[in-house]
Design a protein around this ligand. Structure first.
Ligand code: 5GP
Ligand code: ZN
Length: 114
């Protein structure tokens, strides 16, 4: 997989449409096409990083988590609660190999996760 084949790089480039909810210079948030909760937003860095296994920039990952937190706030989830999930590799259900934080909320979350 190269960056030009990457679905989320294409969303960043505007080549594939997405319902954007927040954007900064370095990050983009858009609604998941197959939502698993009343609020299900994907927060991604615009820079291509295939997965958490390939992450080497602590500032980028820290900013991604804070960006996901800000999305949860904008979506009104901060008080009731929300979940931020980074699936990594197939065993955890990763299907798109451009790192993304799922921001899930608007319903009660079970634990342990499935
Ligand atoms: P993963 O399974 O890799 O953790 O998460 C990938 C997510 O991307 C899935 O929840 C899936 O529904 C979402 N997704 C896949 N293709 C598209 C798309 O074209 N547009 C949007 N908005 N979400 C997508
Ligand atoms: Zn990418």
């Amino acid at each position: 997989m190269t960056m030009t084949d990457c679905l989320f790089c294409k969303i960043v480039a505007g080549e594939i449409p997405a319902t954007k909810v927040a954007e900064t210079d370095g990050f983009l948030a858009f609604r998941d096409i197959n939502p698993q909760a009343p609020v299900h937003v994907l927060a991604i860095p615009k820079k291509h990083v295939a997965s958490l296994n390939y992450a080497d920039d602590a500032l980028l990952i820290g900013d991604l988590v804070l960006f996901a937190r800000d999305v949860a706030r904008y979506e009104g989830l901060a008080d009731d609660g929300y979940r931020v999930v980074i699936n990594t590799n197939a065993g955890a259900g990763q299907t798109v190999f451009h790192i993304h934080a799922h921001v899930l909320g608007g319903r009660a979350m079970r634990w342990p996760p499935g």
